[in-house]
Ligand binder design. Structure first.
Ligand SMILES: [Zn+2]
Length: 323
């Protein structure tokens, strides 16, 4: 049996796990990220939590094939520099050198959204497919592309930022500084912003009732719950949200023609109430859908484990690390 060590680095938690060759997670350990600390402290904890996962699996480091890390960042495989990480405020950090001080294993690092789609294709909802596109609809919009069972992330792995593709020319300002990104319309943050604006101009909605009259309690779930119960304003907001999401996804279908589209993140919990109209809208709005068809849009099934499993198996999708 071969074993792989995965680490999912989030803004809040570091989660490490040992995964066997059948994609079963056999141990899992957590540490709080505390993202404002120094690079030395954080990389030391990344190694510690990973070593702990190996211990609790009853294994030694010599049993582990490689260490794969998913991070909210881009690492250039040619220079081995972590070019940019929003959560940590790191720029051009020699991250492999830092990690090697604390844990010596062949190490692979990829963007966390790419690890999530890879995990779903290896072991989750898309395991019967080779080509998939995934969007994670949370505070932001993460995206990943798998082609022929390998992560596709563009030249120097700087691409696949699907959440920051342009949806509206000169549109709403995005967290990345650009205007009109998919994320500015399809994140849960965007849905909450739109809802807060709408309840100002249209009082008497069930949305406010569900929030006990407190606008600050509005979240994506409340909007979908109110829409399910037939609230007119909530339905309009959900329809508009789905129309924007369909426009974004139809672009990815037209470029990549994946076999399946996977949706993760909090908003995907709306289930069929989201997926059914989304699939219909996509059929209407995608190039040559009546001839080629459209790939099904499905809900991710591994949750946070997708990123961990995808990270653990990075050695199968990335070139060997530069010594
Ligand atoms: Zn953006």
């Amino acid at each position: 049996m071969k074993y792989y060590l995965g680490l999912d680095v989030g803004g809040t938690n570091l989660v490490a796990g040992v995964v066997d060759e059948n994609y079963h997670i056999i141990s899992k350990e957590h540490l709080v990220t505390n993202a404002s600390r120094s690079i030395d402290e954080i990389t030391s904890d990344m190694a510690d939590v990973s070593r702990k996962a190996v211990d609790s699996a009853g294994l030694a480091l010599s049993d582990i094939s490689s260490w794969g890390i998913g991070m909210p960042s881009c690492v250039n495989p040619k220079t081995n520099l972590l070019v940019h990480s929003n959560n940590f405020g790191w720029k051009n950090v020699p991250v492999y050198d830092y990690l090697a001080k604390y844990l010596s294993l062949p190490t692979y690092i990829a963007n966390d959204a790419n690890c999530a789609v890879y995990g779903e294709v290896l072991a989750g909802v898309a395991k019967d497919y080779t080509d998939a596109v995934m969007l994670t609809l949370g505070t932001g919009v993460g995206g990943g592309i798998v082609i022929d069972k390998k992560i596709y992330s563009g030249y120097d792995t700087m691409g696949a930022e699907l959440g920051h593709t342009k949806l509206v020319y000169n549109g709403v300002r995005c967290t990345c500084g650009q205007k009109g990104c998919l994320e500015s319309y399809c994140s849960s943050t965007a849905l909450i912003r739109q809802t807060k604006e709408a309840v100002e101009t249209t009082p008497g909605s069930l949305i406010m009732e569900l929030c006990g009259g407190d606008k600050n309690k509005i979240d994506g779930e409340v909007v979908f719950t109110a829409a399910k119960q037939g609230d007119k304003l909530a339905k309009e907001l959900v329809d508009d949200y789905i129309a924007h999401l369909a426009a974004g996804i139809s672009t990815f279908i037209t470029i990549f023609r994946p076999q399946v589209i996977i949706l993760g993140g909090g908003i995907a919990h709306a289930g069929d109430f989201l997926l059914k109209p989304l699939n219909e809208k996509l059929y209407e709005s995608t190039f040559a859908a009546e001839i080629i068809g459209i790939p099904p849009v499905v809900r991710a099934e591994l949750g946070n484990d997708a990123g961990l499993i995808g990270a653990a198996f990075l050695e199968k999708t990335m070139p060997p690390p530069t010594p």
